[in-house]
Design a protein around this ligand. Structure first.
Ligand code: ADP
Ligand code: MG
Length: 530
């Protein structure tokens, strides 16, 4: 008897269904995490639509309870950004893996996922659709959409749409969605997230209204925006066979040489010729006639070519030292603040820049006794989870802070920002950065550079404090000595006493290096017994 034929049922699933099933990889694992992640995705989209396009952001975040009996929350985020063309709205919010950010330019979003997974989560937990109101600067109307996602087809379903005339100059986007959340357990994270966002966006007005009726307002303190990122071509070191095939099949170049020069950064006439010579391909060949084998050869030659310039950093948008300092000041009002933006570096053909800011004293909270409080950022996004597995944590822990005169626990914050066209995140939840040797080195150098400035400041402060202590120890004798001397010298009207005091103050000032008027103050304070 023959065995029954095995029966397996085969089918493909859509990207929407995939992320609906595996939403935890995008950070939507439970109602606590989901509420936090939804806020985050909408805020990041709002910031991408503003500061990356040269607009000083005004962002409003509202979280409201949306049902009397159930833990439903309505999250609304409004921005004054570039808006979306109305015909794009349904796909931007209703088709997973649809994005304007699949280009080589630093952005916060990058997977074409964030808003959609949040919408999917809202849809499956509350059944309520997402609402989008948007207008672009050049448009005369404001557009309104209510939609949901068809999970099987990975397509938007428009439930309602409309538009009205603009009677003021508004542009931007308002996104509103309802999802099941756990505000009481998520609120600390969400507040932290918004606070940490405010630290690196001193050029933004941010208003945040909570379901508890609290209002947080972070007012803009600087009108300077970070340099907006430019779109760039790929660097030849990042090339692979598939990319080459796509360029061959989709490009319209008349020669192979032109294809190389126009598709990659850093390939000019001379470099193109020598690459093709090494690969044994005629420069005038029509690219469409290149075989896969020839393409593979070309890829190998490019990967092993030693003379390319390092990747351009034009696609990057570092915060800059001024913004970092203004941001730390806005939130922590520290007694010391310094920052550094390192020069661009690269790993595997991807450019990156590391920036570090250190704030000390003032309203900076006390750190742990192991290492300074760390604020991690990647492409201007605060990273809150998985601190332990992040390469920057490791670097910060490895520094001996007492060398820099920091006695832990101390009121110290170390802010580390890594920006890149490809941040090596450990997952699509974007919470921690993998250990890449080049990045680790830059982070260490950047922290050391700023920490040295902190050491200079702290050592000066220590010296000042010592001087002050000496002044106090000397000044406390002045009133007594004056009294004793005036008794010996006889001084009915106090004229000599005044002169004697002045002389003694001068001597103390000379011996300690503290100005006379300050010594005088100390003398007065010991006199009245403060
Ligand atoms: P990602 O941000 O990774 O591209 P999202 O699903 O979060 O993916 O957003 C999809 C696209 O919708 C974005 O690429 C962007 O073009 C557009 N978009 C989303 N939110 C906004 C907004 N507030 N303003 C302008 N465009 C937006
Ligand atoms: Mg996004």
């Amino acid at each position: 008897m023959s065995a029954a034929a095995p029966t397996e049922r085969y089918r493909a699933i859509s990207p929407a269904e995939f992320f609906y099933k595996y939403r935890e990889i995008a950070g939507f694992s439970n109602p606590v995490r989901a509420l936090y992640q939804a806020v985050r995705e909408l805020v990041e989209n709002a910031l991408d639509a503003t500061d990356s396009h040269g607009i000083l952001p005004n962002i409003k975040i509202i979280i409201e309870k949306a049902d009397e009996n159930r833990e439903f929350y309505r999250v609304t985020v409004e921005d004054n950004g570039i808006g979306l063309p109305p015909h794009v709205v349904p796909e931007a919010f209703g088709r997973v893996l649809f994005s304007s950010k699949y280009i080589l330019r630093q952005t916060r979003g990058m997977f074409g996922l964030g808003a959609k997974v949040a919408i999917l989560y809202g849809q499956m937990t509350t059944g309520r659709p997402v609402e989008v109101i948007t207008s672009q600067p050049n448009l005369k109307r404001i557009y309104y959409f209510k939609l949901r996602i068809d999970i099987n087809k990975n397509e938007p379903i428009i439930i309602e749409r409309g538009s009205w005339r603009k009677n003021r100059d508004w542009h931007g986007t308002i996104v509103s969605m309802t999802l099941e959340g756990d505000w009481s357990r998520a609120k600390q994270r969400i507040k932290d997230y918004i606070l940490r966002t405010a630290v690196v966006t001193p050029y933004a007005n941010i208003v945040f209204m909570t379901p508890d009726g609290e209002i947080y307002y972070y007012e803009r303190v600087i009108d300077k925006l970070p340099r907006p990122p430019k779109e760039v071509k790929p660097h030849p070191y990042g090339v692979d066979l598939e990319l080459m095939k796509r360029i061959r099949d989709n490009g319209s170049f008349s020669t192979v040489k032109e294809m190389l020069m126009k598709s990659f950064q850093g390939i000019g006439n001379v470099t193109a010729s020598s690459l093709l010579e090494i690969a044994g391909i005629s420069p005038d060949l029509n690219p469409k006639s290149l075989s896969d084998k020839q393409l593979l050869e070309l890829v190998n030659v490019m990967k092993n070519y030693k003379r390319f310039r390092s990747p351009t950093s034009e696609a990057l948008s570092p915060l800059g030292e001024e913004v970092i300092k203004a941001g730390l000041k806005r939130i922590y009002d520290p007694e010391f603040v310094e920052a550094v933006t390192r020069r661009p570096s690269a790993y595997q053909g991807h450019p990156f820049i590391v920036e570090v800011g250190i704030a000390y004293g003032g309203k900076v909270p006390l750190s742990s006794d192991k290492y300074p409080t760390l604020l991690r950022y990647a492409n201007k996004i605060p990273l809150l989870y998985d601190e332990g597995s992040d390469v920057t944590t490791d670097v910060v822990k490895g520094i001996s802070w007492d060398q820099y005169l920091v006695k832990l626990p101390a009121p110290i914050i170390v802010l580390v920002h890594i920006c890149s066209t490809k941040v090596p995140f450990k997952g699509v939840g974007k919470e921690s950065i993998a250990d890449v040797k080049e990045i680790r080195n830059e982070v260490r150098l950047a922290i050391q550079e700023v920490a040295r400035k902190l050491r200079t400041y702290l050592s000066k402060k220590l010296k000042e404090e010592e001087k002050k202590k000496r002044v106090v120890s000397l000044a406390k004798y002045v009133p007594e000595v004056v009294r004793a001397l005036t008794i010996i010298l006889g001084d009915g009207h106090g004229a000599k006493a005044k002169m004697l005091e002045e002389k003694l103050v001068e001597i103390v000032s000379l011996r300690t290096g503290i100005p006379k008027d300050e010594v005088y103050k100390v003398v007065k304070s010991v006199e009245i017994g403060v």
